[in-house]
Design a protein around this ligand. Structure first.
Ligand code: 4AD
Ligand code: MG
Length: 429
């Protein structure tokens, strides 16, 4: 019977065959412990010299990452968190790997990134991708279950919703084009056709930043809801994030354990999330001795981290000054210096995971904002049409997939959360 490692619990007491790789090996002169992996899980296999000397010698000679079929008896084993192991009775080598570059010793991040195509096989990287995968699945479940439709925006675009400084230029035959920074403007058009929509796709920012939160290419989930004001949108955001966190805790137990993630800090993540205005946040920072920031300036990572430490939940910073936010955001009627927007700041220094806002739905206001922002009005005629023909209040937000994966996995840097991260100075592999 050929099975996969994750099916082992159903085959306790039976002899089975598993196609797998050798992750690691340790042992003595009498017994060999083989750490096996097959993509679905990790399991220990045992070979005892006294039972089969030839097999024992074969096992002892196996190199890391050798691929093989192992056959043996599945046994319950309380000492491993997986709960099962295999008493190996046969090993059929498929390909004997030699000199695998990633050894159990410590390697530097640049070395590991050069070997990202192999690094993905390691226990921790496998766990991070499982968590990423769970967040992807939960995202689809959450939005489909709540009546949203997925709309795919184009990747090649002529618009710059998030400012012109971080655009990736490319040629589109004779025209100039950009890789999409955000699918939002297209999601707005789709919301006027379908009501509640979300996008989920790659976005690109030519940001010359080398921080643990920035990727050049990242995936964003951008819901957009017709007839929703900003408050309605905040409620969707906190319910969605709670759903993601709770699903990762219940579905990725072994992965969180492999990463050494402290899950008690995640278990208490429950909507509603606290809110603080930008202006209050500035006052808080001043009280805490941050003299480098003035009202009107954007927060940097240390500011966000300081604000986050005052809450044990993610926190919404609402109503930022107009000047530091995008052109499409609706003015705050209670304080016209600011807009109806929020950034959701994750705990533990992971920073902004969501940016969202209510959109300007008045034609004249929006047109003026496009002109004032120095954008080419011709490229936004279609976007203005949404305000010409049955304009309605609407709101939406964008959640960064990789930052969310980093936060829930507890890894320090977003470079470990994308299968093949695109970083400043890194396009290989
Ligand atoms: O705050 P941002 O730029 O917002 C937008 O793009 C809006 N159009 C969203 C909307 O309202 N539909 O980006 C949203 C999120 C951030 O909160 C962050 O999580 C992530 O995208 N993000 C990045 N993640 C990794 N690397 C980068 N360089 C990122 N830039 C933004
Ligand atoms: Mg933002």
């Amino acid at each position: 019977m050929k099975i996969s490692i994750n099916q082992a619990p159903q085959y306790a007491g039976e002899e089975v065959t598993i196609g797998c790789w050798l992750l690691q090996k340790r042992g003595s002169g009498k017994i060999q412990f083989l750490q096996l992996r097959d993509g679905t899980g990790f399991m220990q296999g045992i070979v005892v010299k006294a039972s089969d000397e030839t097999l024992f010698e074969k096992a002892k000679g196996l190199n890391q990452e050798t691929s093989m079929y192992v056959t043996g008896l599945i046994k319950a084993d309380d000492r491993s968190s997986f709960g099962y192991e295999m008493e190996i009775s046969n090993i059929e080598i498929i390909h004997a790997a030699e000199g695998y570059p990633i050894t159990p010793k410590e390697h530097g991040p640049e070395f590991l990134l050069d070997y990202r195509h192999l690094w993905l096989r390691s226990r921790k990287q496998h766990a991070v991708m499982n968590i990423r995968n769970q967040i992807i699945k939960s995202t689809y479940d959450f939005f489909f279950d709540n009546g949203y439709k997925k709309i795919d925006p184009p990747i090649l675009t002529s618009s710059a919703p998030e400012g012109t400084t971080e655009l990736f230029h490319t040629k589109y035959f004779e025209e100039d084009a950009f890789l999409s920074q955000s699918g939002q403007l297209y999601a707005e058009a789709a919301a006027m056709a379908h009501g509640k929509v979300f996008t989920f796709g790659p976005t690109f920012r030519a940001e010359k930043s080398k921080t643990r939160r920035h990727l050049i290419e990242f995936w964003m989930i951008e819901p957009e809801m017709a007839f929703y004001n900003h408050e309605d949108s905040l409620q969707v955001q906190e319910q969605y994030v709670e759903y993601l966190v709770q699903n990762v805790i219940t579905s990725c137990r072994l992965d969180l354990e492999a990463l050494g993630r402290n899950t008690s800090v995640l278990e208490r993540i429950k909507a509603p999330f606290p809110r603080i205005t930008y202006t209050e946040a500035i006052e808080l920072l001043k009280e805490k001795g941050f003299d480098d920031i003035e009202w009107g300036e954007d927060f940097g990572a240390p500011h966000e981290t300081e604000i986050a430490t005052h809450f044990d939940q993610p926190v919404f910073i609402v109503n930022y000054p107009k000047e530091i936010k995008s052109f499409y955001m609706e003015e705050n009627p209670d304080d016209p210096r600011t807009v109806l927007c929020a950034d959701l700041i994750a705990p533990e220094g992971y920073g902004e995971v969501i940016g969202g806002s209510e959109r300007i739905h008045d034609f004249h206001k929006l047109k003026q904002k496009i002109i004032d922002s120095g954008l080419d009005i011709d490229a936004y005629e279609w976007y203005l049409d949404l305000r010409r023909y049955g304009s309605v209040p609407h709101s939406g937000f964008g959640l960064g997939l990789e930052r969310t994966v980093a936060w829930l996995s507890g890894v320090q840097h977003v470079r470990e959360t994308a299968p093949f991260p695109r970083l400043l100075n890194r396009l290989y592999p």
